[in-house]
Design a protein around this ligand. Sequence first.
Ligand code: PLP
Length: 389
Amino acid sequence: MPLKALARCLAVKSRDTRDRSIEVIKRYLGTDHVFFLSSGRAALWLYLKTVSSMKPARKEVIVPAYTCPSVVSAVLKAGLTPVLCDNNVDDFGFLCEELEEKLNKKTLAVIVVHLYGMPVRLDKIQALCRGNDTWLVEDAAQSFGGSFPGNPDVKLGLAADAGFFSFGRGKPISILHGGLLTVKSRDIHGEALNLYGRVNGFSSSQSVNYCLSLGLYSLFSNPRLYWFPQLIPALNLGGTVFEPEFEITSGNSLAMSLACEMIDSIEVEKRVREDNSRWYFDNLEEFQWAGIRPAPVYPYLRYPLLFTDGGVRNRILESLVSAGTGATGSYPTPLNILPGLKEVLADEREYKNAKQISASIVTLPVHSGVTEKDRENIKRIIAQASHAN
Ligand SMILES: Cc1ncc(COP(=O)(O)O)c(C=O)c1O
């Protein structure tokens, strides 16, 4: 996050900024039905809580078996029951045959996740949801600014009944705080407005903490210093933990104006992400498991590389992490066997694709701090570690 943008935002007054910022965001997204909250989870909670009051008999929400555990936290916090469905390995969306089986008269909503900024094809999923009178929500937490291939006018997060975005760490706009909810229906927007009006504001002590965290984050998001926070175990960078509790507030005004400042640079950042992704596609093809073919030209948030052999993948991941390359193993297991969540979900089924993805994936950094030398280094480490015995 650029320090210049932070300094500009610190200089402005809060109430006016908030109103102005939300207008900028609405204009960018092309919709009037937008809410700013403290996180992506809080945004999802607002939607689920709203629609749940409109259809109280429907208590189930279908989520992918391989995804960020925060999605489940939001479902639980809204008083609903998460039901898992296996992913497909093409775009990490749903295995549609299984989705069809799991949809029933208790299903309130389905949450489809554009993981790593990769657009999930929605037509079949949308048709299944409509046939069951179920709302479809796009989790675009990792995809702000992305659009559907071949359809650049349709933004990820704005194609279904609702969508949400995150401005947390490692997201397209990464300011450690904030999330957006977008809602298609005017009626649901009206209901959500009532509930939003009862959500707490952001306190002054929270604002002070936020500013301090932002300062440190700006310092350490310098690629030359990125290795440092990774060495502090308490920060758990790259780790995945299930946190059932999270705050729900209407968010910090500084974060809102920062997000707006950064909207201007998103197209430039996307071009860099697209170039880096294309480089990985062209140069790491021999290592990519044949079951997945990421589109060669797309501005991923992180480039997903899947290895055929789990043992080789673990060795490569370890080498990439210890060399401070910014590569991660992403989510370590399907949600139903993730420590902490396992007991909550009590779901003994095997989700084959989710298991395969979690055991074979390495995600590579594509942001503007990645240099040609970094990419070459990543390639060299992968080649060396994949041939070592
Ligand atoms: C796919 C996905 N969904 C939801 C979330 C939740 O967003 P937040 O951390 O802003 O609550 C995240 C954040 O990491 C995410 O990656």
